[in-house]
Design a binder for this molecule. Structure first.
Ligand code: NI
Length: 173
């Protein structure tokens, strides 16, 4: 397994709609392993394909936060929200592509998501709490949408300027 570099906003690849996965190849399985490794290393609770420059509808997540509990690494291919609750939840979200920036985002509190697993089997699950927020945030990535797109233009521009500066500083190192 390899830790892959995470793209930092602004990057055109983070604004693109990703292509559906049509076949589970060895290459895709290796990418899923790498993405989980990259996510745990960051550390983060979710990571989507475009964040490592993979323009396919793949995301990984593990929202088990208790270090004593067993991890639950999940890989979702072609995930789709099939139902969302009318009730909403507000979470302070962050993103590995927008390091150290956090903002409150309102989303449906519960969602049902259908996806294909690495065996090519159809799966569906009802997500609540942090899992629900995380899976919606990651599916957004597959549609070229970032959590800052839910903020006011002013806040979004402020964060984008900070990230541009961060990238400039990192490039100088
Ligand atoms: Ni993100």
């Amino acid at each position: 397994m390899t830790i892959r570099p995470i793209l930092i906003h602004p990057d055109p690849r983070l604004k693109k709609r990703c292509d559906p996965v049509t076949e589970v190849t060895d290459e895709l399985r290796a990418a899923a392993d790498d993405m989980l490794e990259t996510m745990y290393d960051a550390p983060g609770i979710g990571l989507a394909g475009p964040q490592v420059g993979l323009m396919s509808r793949i995301l990984v997540m593990d929202c088990v936060k208790d270090p004593e509990a067993s991890p639950r690494p999940m890989v979702l291919l072609n995930p789709e929200v099939t139902w969302s609750s009318a009730a909403t939840n507000v979470y302070e979200e962050g993103c590995l592509s927008i390091p150290e920036q956090y903002a409150e985002v309102t989303r449906p509190a519960e969602v049902k998501v259908r996806w294909m697993d690495l065996e090519g089997a159809a799966r569906e699950e009802h997500f609540t709490g942090l899992w629900a927020t995380c899976v919606q945030h990651e599916i957004d990535h597959l549609n070229g949408k970032l959590f800052i797109d839910y903020l006011t233009p002013l806040k979004r521009q402020l964060i984008t300027r900070r990230m541009t500066k961060l990238k400039r500083e990192r490039a100088r190192l």
